[in-house]
Structures are given as structure tokens and as C-alpha cells.
Write a protein that binds this ligand. Sequence first.
Ligand code: 9GP
Length: 812
Amino acid sequence: MSESLEVHGVDLDDLTLPEPTPEQFRRSLLHHLQYTVGTDPEHASKFDWRMALSYTIRDRALEPWFSATRRTWNEDRKRVYYLSMEFLIGRLLEDATINLGLRDVAVEVFDRLGLDFADIADDEPDAALGNGGLGRLAACYLESMATLGCPAYGYGIRYEHGLFKQRFEGGRQVEAPEDWLVTDNPWSFTRPESAYPVGFRGEVVEQDGRQVWTPQLQVLAEAHDTPVVGYGRQWANTLRLWAAKPSADLFDLERFNAGDFTAAAEPEAWARTLSRVLYPNDTTSRGKELRLSQEYFLTSASVQDIVRRYLETHDDLRRLPEYVAIQMNDTHPAIAGPELIRLLVDDHGFGFDAAVDLSTQVLGYTNHTLLPEALEHWSVGLMRKVLPRHLQIIEQLDRRDAELHGPRPEGVGLILDDQVKMGDLAFVTSHKINGVSALHTDLVRRDLFPALDSLHPDRIVNVTNGVTPRRWIALANPPLAQLLTDTLGSGWETDLERLRGLEDHVDDPAFREAFGATKRQAKERLAGWLADHHGIEVPKDALYDVQVKRLHEYKRQLMNILWTIAHWQRIKRDPGAGWVPRVKIFGGKAAPSYDMAKDIIRLINDVAAVVNADPETRDLLQVVYPANYNVSMAEKLIPAADLSEQISTAGMEASGTGNMKFALNGALTIGTLDGANVEIREHVGADNFFLFGLTADEVTARRNEPDHARTAIEKSQAMRDVLQAIAEGTFSPGEPNRYGGILDMLWNSDWFLVASDFDSYDETQQAVDRTYLDHERWQRMAILNVARTGYFSSDRSVREYMSHIWNITPAL
Ligand code: 9GP
């Protein structure tokens, strides 16, 4: 560990806290309750206890944090900088408690106080600084980097309002602002000394052969640091989130003194807007400018911080790639390339070519989607207005690329149709570009960047996503975690391939029974939570069939609910046919401006209302949709699932990570050959996966067939019956046209091929039922899913990034 250090006559090792006994933990908790929170045990609320517990745990997180930081400086280690507009970290308290090895002590101390640890931990608001998979992946990777001892910083934005809160009114999604920062955040340390000016707009003039940018507006980015503790208490990294603050000169004192108070404060308000809301609506030009400004705000502050840290102990920037790896998490921080080039050229006197070469060695780019709407393009006009110097650099990069590589085929280049293509920009400024599953990486190569790939055939690599087993097994599913430890010994938490050892027990009835018991416990816990928090009663012994993720047409929640209707109709036709009781569980939010996705939410809720009220089918089928799906809801739903719905149109889901979490918790997947489903199926074995649907190539071909939707519907009696019921208003009494938009889309366009895949999905769902009736077979399949998905640990993914992209060795 760290060498002993003396500062101001204090031996820093004297300050470290030993591992607490329960009594020491209790004293520390009560001390914080009294002296930090300012209350006593007699009057303490749940919030007070949670804060006291957080400070007690946080004290212990600081030791690995300080020692890892000191060690990185002392050993002059390379660091990874992970730039992401999203970090969907969820709750931190229980995660940190587990990683510090303190959960048992904490549970015991709260028991003695007559309180419930889980109940206190449940009081913590989710930090929802992300939309879905991309942000949650960033959180898993930070945790894995800390566990593996890879020195790293996560850089993001400290949004005042994270992802909106969802509620349903008459089945419709209604959004309300999220307010995680309303109460104190015990995990965050403000660092006013780490603040950087970030400039916008203004002019670039040539002076003595150099370009000089004088921004018109300047905002301060202030650092707020959160320790991210690795499992085993040996290492911790920093999540540094930037908050936007107006710089003093933004306040127009003259105007204020003249009585124009509102106008005087306007520039200040604009500055604060930069870190106010996650993903503002970008359908208006003002929204677009704000989004681009947010991306630059994150990137510029981070790159300045990185260069400042490097120069504290080095003086030759040419050696930057030996000490710095910057990863751009998706296209959003793609301005990092031009920003680093700008700093090197304008502030440090580098020539353009040298600056480009250096930046490219330092930067890596992860692509997470092929969807055109998510691959950002900014108009040249907007770029010129907001970031005039960066536009010059992009144009210069484009010219340089054309000169280096000779005449370019049509459509190749960084600027096309007056739009700056940010994905291409990220590509040309990175030494490695990775997709997030094998299939997705192939498609990135073939469909997204074919020309750039042939110019730079060594750049595109694959790193299949992974998830952290500490949160997604140890925290989310304590009974399963205990069974794994009892069966395999401890150590699986950091070496997930050890789960393979479960295969030796798959024929042991006692083990199968114990495994089944963990699923029952998770279902009981979920059923209790649904009843207490959502007023929803569900049977505990049904098949739990779960689809939780963002609402998007390509994810095909629509196909799932259409099948639910078909299933309901069949049960009604023949109630005594030996049906498997099912609970269909949905969870997820739609982007506020995405009308079709919101219609699908409403349809699911309308179907739920009708089906759940039907006395004929009630015991055999229920549909539930708890509002406001988030990380902590996922922690309850995933362990309880029997069936995981991963049913996207093939070629459209880059990877998926929910698919991995479900399989690791013993749910069987019904899925298409899309994203990481392909690799999950390879790992668990085709016999232990319910496959259906068209392949990615077949999807492309089918879309070219005229009238494919109508043809498919006409062939499917089941689908026609479902569409007819919707058209007759069965689920929208008195308003048969409510779902006219969905019906019209299904009959006439159906880009996402719901109709084409419906019958195959239907047959496979029936196979699911048949298999479930064979209890032993299902149990074996579920156990084999757990045993064979150790590969999908984020520790494996991060190791691959370290060796294939970052060229860094871990400190542990
Ligand atoms: O849609 C992908 C999802 O498939 C993937 O699992 C996740 C993490 O790699 O990224 C999502 N992409 C985005 O959210 C936006 O690009």
C-alpha cells in the first residue's frame, strides 16, 4: 500500500481507520447522528439515520481513495479518463457498504438498534444521471476499474435534474422533474479550487500567424468529486462531475444598477442552464445549441483538468500518451479531439500535425448505437456560432485527411451537406474505435464506417459489454449470492468465471431445490414491494415474464403487449387448457417528445386494466407496469424474473446489458439474434435460450419487400384477432380510434418488423410455457444460464479495454 507520508507534521497513516468492530461502527454511527446530522436517536427520522450511516460508510471509503490517489501519484501511473454525458449510478450507500465489506456489521448494528438496514438504505434517492444502458454501463465500468485497481477518473455533468420522474395518469406517461439534489448528497465533495473557464461563441482572429479565439461568454466548471470504491477495499477512483457556475463577469452590474434586473441576470441564468437538466429536448434550435454547449462544457473542463494534472509532474506534453488514456463514451464527447488539438496548438505551441497525432494516440471512442438519430450531426452554422475555433480545426482535419488519403469516395469526410458528422470526427481523432458486442462491431465496420475502416483497418475492435456482479448479484440478490458462496466459496465476486462450478451441481436435487428457493424469495420480495409501493397484488407462484428498458419501437414492447392480448384471447377461448399462470411485467420510460412510444405505454396500461379486471383469466394472466422504472427498481425486478424479454429487431440493439443481468440471476431469455444476445446464447448453449425471429441480414432484406407488414398480418390469424380487438376499442372503451396511429403503422410501414416476427415470437412463447411445466428442465436451464454467463462481468470488459485500447496495467 502507500508509503508513510508526513505533511504538516502529521503522519497520514495515523489518520486511517481500522476495520470497525460492531461496537466501533455503532459509536461512529451515533457520533455522526449527533455531530454531523445534528439530532439524537430519540428524534432521528429515517433520513437522519440514512445520512448518519452514509457518513459512517463514507469515512471508510476515504482510506482506499486517498491511498489509491497517493499511489498513482507516487508511482507516476497512467490514468484512464472516461468521458460520459451519463453516469446512471443509482444508489451508492449499499453498494459502498458491500464493497467495503461492511454489510454484515451494518445489518447487525441496526438490528441492535431495533432498525432495519435495508429499510434505511432504501431511503436513498437514485442518482439518475443517465437515460439507460449507456449511462448504467459507465457506472459498472467505474466500479470495475476501482475493483481491478485501474487508476481512473469518470468525468460527467452534475445535472441538477436527472432523468425525469414518470407517473401514469389514465394510463398515460406524465413527466415531472427529478430532484435528487434537493437534500444533502453525502457522497459528493465540492472542489472549488478545481474550476476551469469554458468559453463559448466569440471570434477567432489571426495574430502573428496564430489563430486567437476570444470567447464571448465564459462559464466556470466546478468539480464535485465522488469516491467510487472497488470491491475488497483496496482501491477507489473518482467520479468528477462538473457543475456550471457563472463567472463573475457574466453579471452585468451596469444594467443591474440601471434597474434592468432581469436582463442583468440573463447570462448568469444561461450559464447555470448548462448543468441544469439531463438531455434537454433538442427538437428546437435553442435546444440543440444547449445540447452542444453541454457536450463542450463537459469535454473542455475535463480535458483542461487532464492536461493540468499531467503538467503537475511532467513537462513534456509529447509523452502524454504514456500517462493518459481518454475514452469517449459514445459520440457525445466527440469534441474532445478538436479541444485537445486546440489546447496543444493554441496554448502549448504544437504544430497542427503533431497535435493531431498526439491526440489520436490518447483518445479512444466507443460507439453504442447505429441509430441515425443518436449519431449526432451539428450544422456548420451552429458550430461556427458556438465553437468557431473548433470548426476551424475540424475543417483543417478534414482537409488533412483528404490530402493524406487521396481522392475520397462520395459521402466520405467530416462535413457533409453542411453538417459536421460527430461519429466520423470521433473516429478520425481516435486510435481505437470499439463496438459493444461482436455483432454490433461487425455492423459498425460494415455499415457505419466502411470507408474509414478500409483506410484504418487496425482501428475498429470489439469489446463486448459487461455488468458488475457486485451490484447485480451481491446487492440485488443476497439469497443467490449466499448460495453461490455456500456452493463455490467466496471469490466469485471478482472472478465470475468461477460460476462455471455450478455445472457440477446441476444434477443435484438438493442444489436445484436451494436454487429454486432463491428465486421464490426474490419473487416474494418483489410481490411485497409491488403491493406496498404500487398497490399491485400479484401471485407469487406464477411465471414472471419481464421486459424492462427504455421505451423504443426497436425494443418492441409493442410486440410483447400484442402477444399478451393474443394469449389472453386464447385463455378465454379455452380456460381449462392447463395454462401456466403468468405475470407480465413492464417497466421503462419514453422520451417526453416520442409520441409513438408514449402511445405504446398507454396501450400497455389499457390492456393491463382490462385483462387484470377479467375474472375468467385473472388467476392465469396479469399485466403490471410499475411507474418510474430506475436502477433501484431494476434491482428488485431482475432477481425475480423467470423470463427475460430481449426481443429487439435484429441489428438494432447495439448490445443490451439488461440481458446479461437477467441471465446472471437465472432468468431464461426469449430473444432475437441481436446485440449481446448472440454471445449470451453461444455461452449458455442454444438449448438454454428461446430464440426467435429474423436475423439482421433478413431484417434488411425484409424491409425491401413491398407490403411486408400487410402480408405478414394477413398470414397470422393470431395477429389479426389482436388488431381487431384493438380496433374495436376493447381496450379503449368508447374511443375505438385511440390506437389508430399504432394500427396504421403496423399495417402500412412497420419498420421494426413486429408483424414479420410475430408468429415466430408466438410459437416460442408457447414453447416457454411447455418448458416451464417441466419444472426440473426449467431449473436446469436456469442454473446453466447462471453458470455460463460469468463472461459478462464488467471486470472482463474493463480488462479488455485496459489491454486492447488503454495500454495500461492495473495497480493491484
Ligand atoms: O442502445 C445501446 C445498448 O444496446 C447498449 O447496451 C448500451 C451500452 O453499450 O448503449 C446503448 N446506446 C445508447 O444509449 C446510445 O447510444
